[in-house]
Design a protein around this ligand. Structure first.
Ligand SMILES: Cc1cc2nc3c(=O)[nH]c(=O)nc-3n(C[C@H](O)[C@H](O)[C@H](O)COP(=O)(O)OP(=O)(O)OC[C@H]3O[C@@H](n4cnc5c(N)ncnc54)[C@H](O)[C@@H]3O)c2cc1C
Length: 455
């Protein structure tokens, strides 16, 4: 009760809870991982409140787990050792959009939908990179976990787009990262030591990010989806190399579903855009020409894409994974394998084998990241009300992650076993460096360690 009262002193009664029904929600996420309990949930509104909560946590040696939208699916926002869940959603102000220097400065709880809608209304010539995730997920958490959005195949993963941050360190100091530490502009991470790496890609917490500056990009007036389809899995590597080499696309993903039958082909989805109709036509023709007679006419242009799919793919973000709720039970989980492109055919076959072994149907959506790698989602839909189904999904995910490692890939935002396997596989001096940095930043160990230290 002392901790509860101290939290009330910091944020008021409306934004803190230790009620069982609210804690129930915060002790699980929407993925297939096992729930773990939380003791308090608190929703700060200002950086000073965040600072006071961190000071309290240090005094009481109580862990803190920050939460944005809570949709990472691998239980990253479910506390490892109880304590305080810090829900960032009340920090939801868009502070500045700088068109000339092309960044948006936002608070940590700003959702993807909020930023997108704000830009559409007030800065229609600009866009930010939006993931296919539910609209309530936060821009900040997505960038911190190296997420990817609808223009990532053109501009890079979303963590590359960070141009500044404000962070409350685990010891309570407020710190600025990037140009904003020197200048009123939040426009670049350099020329300075790139300290953003202390907070990006940890899949556990090394500080609470309270403000984020994220790059915005031109939004061409015309946009169109082109679909090509084929059945030869062994051709995928060449197709990806050839399509990305043309360097004219905005988004590029591969999709396949075993059901309905007409979707059981490899669909290559290329989104092109242009400031003029001529530019758009030129790009479309370039891709059509690429596939004319391609490798003995093995790939064809889909003249009339199903209208439902057309709309789904053209939406920002595209809702490509939506169709695959085979089990009609609302559960969906995918492994975010980051694979070398030449390993895609083998991963594709092995994913189908895993799904069938567990009596599941297979679906894929893979986003090609700038021709260097692919986010290869082994997707599983399951029925939330069916315990056996959930267990099968966990097993399928485990096996898919093992395949990913075997093929030289990396598991993105992995659940406990995968994250621990990454640590084990890692060069041991690198692993030691990570631990040293963490203990220097967080001497009292109050920040959620994330899945790789989860016991
Ligand atoms: C159907 C579906 C499709 C998806 N498609 C995509 C996709 O296309 N691209 C993609 O990138 N992802 C995708 N995802 C995964 C995920 O939903 C997104 O990456 C999402 O943006 C994560 O944001 P979040 O706010 O939910 O993060 P959370 O789950 O709330 O948090 C993620 C991590 O960041 C930490 N964190 C949160 N806020 C802070 C903060 N302020 N300071 C420090 N640490 C913090 C958390 O503790 C946690 O470790 C998808 C998920 C679903 C369910």
């Amino acid at each position: 009760m002392d901790i509860y009262s101290s939290l009330v002193d910091i944020v008021g009664t409306e934004r803190v809870s230790n009620h069982a029904e609210e804690l129930f929600i915060y002790s699980r996420d929407s993925g297939a991982q096992i729930p773990r309990s939380a003791d308090y949930v608190v929703m700060p509104k200002t950086v000073e409140e965040v600072q006071s909560i961190i000071n309290l946590a240090n005094k009481e040696k109580i862990p803190i787990t920050p939460l944005g939208g809570g949709f990472t699916l691998s239980a990253l926002v479910v506390p490892n050792n109880g304590g305080i869940v810090m829900d960032m959603k009340r920090m939801d102000k868009i502070l500045e959009v700088n068109e000339t220097n092309r960044y948006a400065l936002i608070e940590a709880g700003v959702s993807q939908a909020e930023l997108r809608t704000y830009l559409e209304k007030n800065h229609p010539k600009f866009q930010h990179s939006t993931p296919e995730a539910p609209p309530t997920v936060t821009v900040t958490a997505n960038a911190l976990i190296q997420g990817h959005g609808h223009i990532s195949p053109r501009y890079g993963v979303n963590s590359d787009m960070i141009s500044g941050m404000e962070v409350v360190l685990p010891t309570g100091e407020i710190c600025r990262i990037g140009s904003s530490s020197v200048s009123p502009y939040w426009f670049t991470r350099g020329p300075l030591p790139d300290l953003s790496g202390l907070f990006v890609g940890w899949y556990g917490t090394t500080g609470i990010v309270t403000k984020l500056s994220i790059k915005i990009y031109p939004k061409p007036k015309y946009r169109e989806v082109m679909a090509f389809s084929g059945d030869d899995v062994d051709l995928i590597t060449d197709v990806i190399a050839d399509v990305t080499y043309l360097d004219l696309l905005e988004d590029f993903f591969l999709i396949n579903q075993e059901k309905p039958d007409w979707m059981n082909h490899i669909f290559y989805i290329v989104i092109v855009s242009g400031h003029t109709e001529e530019e758009l036509e030129l790009k479309k023709n370039a891709y059509k020409n690429l596939f004319k007679g391609y490798k003995g006419e093995t790939i064809s242009f889909v003249e009339e894409l199903h209208p439902a799919l057309m709309k789904r793919f053209l939406d920002v973000p595209p809702l490509a994974a939506l169709a695959a709720d085979f089990r009609k039970g609302g559960g969906f989980e995918y492994t975010g394998a980051i694979l070398p492109i030449d390993k895609v055919p083998e991963a594709w076959r092995r994913g189908i084998e895993i799904a069938h072994k567990h009596g599941m149907l297979c679906s894929y959506v893979h986003q090609v990241l700038m021709g260097n790698s692919i986010m290869f989602g082994f997707n599983y839909s399951f029925n939330r009300a069916d315990k056996e189904d959930i267990e099968k999904t966990r097993q399928a995910i485990k096996e898919s992650n093992a395949v990913t490692f075997e093929l030289g890939g990396m598991v993105w935002k992995g659940e406990k076993e995968a994250q621990q396997a990454t640590m084990k596989k890692m060069d041991q001096n690198t692993a030691k460096l990570i631990k040293t940095i963490k203990s220097v930043l967080d001497p009292n160990g109050i920040m959620n360690p994330g899945n790789w230290e989860n016991t």
